[in-house]
Every structure is written in C-alpha cells, then in structure tokens.
Design a protein around this ligand. Structure first.
Ligand code: ZN
Length: 197
C-alpha cells in the first residue's frame, strides 16, 4: 500500500528525470504498482482512510512520484462540473493533438511531491487528445485507446504527464495569462480551490 512515505519530494533526482517507456506485456510487478497507485488516490479521497493513513488528498499520481522511472500514471477525479468521473491507469500516454486555447487552475496547482504552497498560474491546454494504453484492474486487461480530455481532467493529465518528463509545475508558472480561460468549478460543499495532482 502506498502512503506519503513512499512519495518522493522535490529535490529528489527522479522527479527531474525523464521516465522510460513501459514494455509490453505488463509484468506482475507493474500491474501491482498500477493497482496500488489507483488505490492510493481512492484512499486519499476517502476521509476515513485519509485520516487513518495520514494521506494528502490527490486526484492524480505519476509513477516517478513513487520513485519508479516508468511512463505510467493514475487519474481518479470528477470533471469540474462533477458530472463525469475520470478513472484511468495510463501506460505510455502521449498527447497527439491539443487546442491552441489555454486554461489554468484559478487557485494555482498543488502537488503531492511539493510540501509548500506555490502561488502562480500554470498554463495548460484546454483540450488534449491522448493516445495511451489503459490498464483495467478489474479485468486485468490493457487496451490501446484515444481519449479526449478537456478542462480539469485535461489539466490533471498534463500535470501528471509532466512528471513523466521530469518537470514540476513551479517551473511553468506565469504571472498572468491574459489569453487563457480559468477553469470554472461548479460550487459544491467542501469545494477546495487547490488540488494536489
Ligand atoms: Zn504532481
């Protein structure tokens, strides 16, 4: 089980290293890692397990954050309107096209590998088309898929993809983004403006 002690923090060289493609077929160790990454996000979002295991809440996790230099990532989140749930274990994801329009988190981004508040805006593509293999833990199958992501899930994906390329969000901060549109979250109770990606 992954807890905060397994998550490496800024300054660790793995977070500044480009991760290597995952080889197919997936071996049992890689499958177990993917499953554990998804379970970490689920545990972090459940108030009981979050408190019990002293986790920080997260919506995305990339393998380099647990010191595994492989191109795989987990996303587990609703979109900004709380309409569609995005539950992905991606292996070797690539952006094949994107919008010219940019967006950003109005309260800035957060990261499980960064233990401080970093203010500033991070430009992200508003829409991305992603080619990836998706691992399904329930059926133990891997499928090549093309996904179209927009707004919040697209931001989460781009933040995690940056981890696979050894990039942390503070290096991308801009003072202002006059051309970009901020993500508009639907107001619900307990809404937090800051998300840990
Ligand atoms: Zn991060």
């Amino acid at each position: 089980m992954i807890t905060m002690k397994d998550i490496i923090r800024e300054g660790h060289p793995t977070l500044e290293t480009k991760a290597k493609p995952v080889e197919f077929p997936l071996n049992d160790e890689t499958k177990a890692t993917l499953k554990a990454m998804r379970e970490f996000l689920i545990n972090s979002q459940n108030p009981e397990t979050r408190e019990k295991y002293e986790l920080r809440e997260g919506v995305g996790l990339a393998a380099p954050q647990i010191n595994i230099q492989k191109r795989m990532l987990a996303i587990h989140t609703y979109d900004e309107k709380y309409e569609t749930f995005h539950d992905y274990l991606m292996v070797n994801p690539k952006i094949i096209s994107h919008s010219s329009m940019e967006t950003y988190m109005p309260g800035g981004e957060g990261c499980l590998s960064i233990d401080r508040v970093v203010e500033g805006l991070v430009p992200r593509y508003k829409k991305v088309t992603v080619k990836t293999h998706l691992y399904d833990v329930k059926t133990d199958t891997l499928k090549e898929t093309t996904l179209r992501l927009r707004n919040f899930p697209a931001i989460v994906f781009q933040h995690e993809l940056d981890h696979l390329d050894g990039i942390l969000f503070p290096s991308k901060i801009k003072e202002s983004l006059p051309e970009a549109q901020p993500i508009e979250f639907k107001n619900i109770e307990n809404e937090s403006e800051e998300e840990n990606l």
